[in-house]
Design a protein. Structure first.
Length: 91
């Protein structure tokens, strides 16, 4: 499954789980940041065993992940961002 499809699936399962039976509606900006957060977190999980924590690529990835998490909060989906990271951490 392509990475973009996995991100969409993660965000959709998040929306279904956070509201119950009804699917929550997100703006395009909110979806962008949630999908970007999901993608970056997956990239970090894949690189963590390959790159040193001090490697510039790992530091860049961590900064992008943190920045995107902050953007989610600003866009009004901070709680969803936390849930998304928790769900992906469990996998």
């Amino acid at each position: 499954m392509p990475a973009s499809d996995q991100s969409k699936e993660s965000v959709l399962s998040l929306a279904e789980g956070s509201v119950g039976n009804s699917l929550k509606s997100y703006s395009p900006t909110q979806l962008f940041f949630l999908m970007r957060l999901s993608y970056l977190h997956r990239q970090r999980r894949e690189c963590i065993n390959v790159l040193d924590e001090g490697d510039w690529r790992m530091r860049l990835l961590n900064k992008a992940l943190y920045s995107t998490f902050q953007d989610c909060g600003t866009a009004g989906v901070g709680d969803e961002a936390k849930l998304l990271l928790e769900q992906q951490q469990a996998n």
